[in-house]
Design a protein around this ligand. Structure first.
Ligand SMILES: Cc1cc2nc3c(=O)[nH]c(=O)nc-3n(C[C@H](O)[C@H](O)[C@H](O)COP(=O)(O)O)c2cc1C
Length: 151
């Protein structure tokens, strides 16, 4: 998971094109995750096989669409959290970290802990539209993380 600062407008065509492209490529490489944009703050959680994930993170770190990237957490997980989401995306709609934490101390997305950000993502993901599901068989509510067998 990392946090960065967007150099494009929240809810803009650039943001949506980026999310669509990310979904298409992630589906190809078996990567899943969640991308949230709130104001100029970007938080992205990525999971999947190490090699494509490391390659993608290198691309993202060099991407001129954002700046001030800081890695918040990185490691090996026993399983996926966003299985079935080639990239869940909330970036300009009504979904707000600050709003969901209004009654708590850690409402500031720029200071929030990894756990708080993950809780937020897991809370939001069932309600997100599965915009452009990738053709390779990623479905928004698939719970199994096993690779699909081909006939
Ligand atoms: C905030 C942000 C998040 C991104 N997330 C992804 C992603 O999840 N998957 C992806 O393939 N590209 C993502 N990109 C785009 C990559 O930076 C890069 O453009 C993409 O991997 C294409 O690289 P290529 O032209 O070398 O194939 C993201 C870019 C930004 C700015």
């Amino acid at each position: 998971m990392y946090r960065s600062r967007a150099l494009f407008a929240q809810g803009s065509a650039t943001a949506h094109d980026m999310a669509r492209g990310a979904r298409r490529r992630n589906a190809r490489h078996g990567l899943t995750g969640y991308l949230h944009i709130e104001g100029t703050t970007i938080v992205q959680y990525l999971e999947g096989p190490v090699a494509p994930l490391a390659r993608l993170f290198g691309n993202i770190a060099r991407d001129p669409l954002h700046t001030d990237l800081s890695l918040l957490a990185n490691g090996i997980l026993p399983g996926r959290r966003f299985s079935g989401w080639a990239m869940a995306f909330s970036g300009g709609g009504p979904v707000s970290f600050a709003a969901t934490r209004a009654d708590q101390d850690d409402w500031d997305i720029d200071r929030a802990s990894v756990d708080a950000l993950l809780d937020f993502m897991l809370l939001c993901v069932p309600g997100l539209p599965a915009d452009d599901p990738a053709p390779t068989g990623f479905h928004p509510r698939r719970t199994s993380d096993r690779p699909r067998s081909r006939p």
